[in-house]
Design a binder for this molecule. Structure first.
Ligand code: FES
Length: 188
């Protein structure tokens, strides 16, 4: 069962709405050339369509008078731009040096096993998506992961298990508390 991952058909046509077009005009005033605005447009597109597919890249390319391959190169370089549908809880685990030195690979292996992750990074229960990513700029609190919009730092397998168990039980994401050994789940 999938929890919230939209299908391609449900995403609608990849054209800017009048509101988005107006916002793009505002964005363009902040840059010396329109080609420089590729990242804000990728963010805008991700907000609108949840992930960046080839049609979205072509739309941005047309808008900014860039080649589709240029937009593709930017979108594919940054893992923060999703390339496909993700489940309700998108777990991005940093595997760059500081995190790698304190157990990121073991943490990733633990999550993969715990969630029964398939080749596309999705859990069989349709609730989680796991992606290994480059540095998320929280190196002093390694190892760390981002789940949806929140950073969870100084992670251990035991702590990530608490988070997973809580989410599977239907609780909300816990409040990140980097200095604590555990998180307190809000009443949901
Ligand atoms: S190396 Fe992991 S957050 Fe920087």
């Amino acid at each position: 069962m999938s929890h919230g991952a939209p299908t391609a058909a449900s995403r609608g046509p990849r054209e800017w709405s009048p509101e988005q077009a107006a916002e793009i005009q505002t964005i363009l005033t902040r840059y010396p050339t329109k080609q420089s605005a590729v990242m804000p447009l990728l963010w805008m597109a991700q907000d609108a369509w949840e992930w960046i597919d080839l049609d979205v890249m072509r739309l941005i390319a047309r808008t900014l008078e860039l080649s589709p391959s240029h937009v593709h190169s930017v979108a594919s370089f940054y893992t923060m731009f999703k390339k496909g549908p993700t489940n309700r809880y998108f777990i991005q685990v940093c595997h760059t040096l500081s995190c790698a030195l304190v157990g990121a690979e073991g943490l990733i292996a633990h999550i993969e096993k715990r969630l029964d992750i398939d080749a596309h990074g999705n859990s069989k229960d349709g609730l989680f998506t796991l992606l290994r990513v480059e540095c998320l700029a929280s190196c002093g609190s390694a190892p760390m992961a981002q789940i949806n919009e929140h950073f969870y730092e100084r992670l251990t397998p035991e702590i990530i298990d608490q988070v997973i168990d809580g989410l599977r039980a239907g609780k909300n994401l816990p409040e990140p508390r980097p200095e604590a050994d555990q998180w307190t789940f809000p009443v949901s």
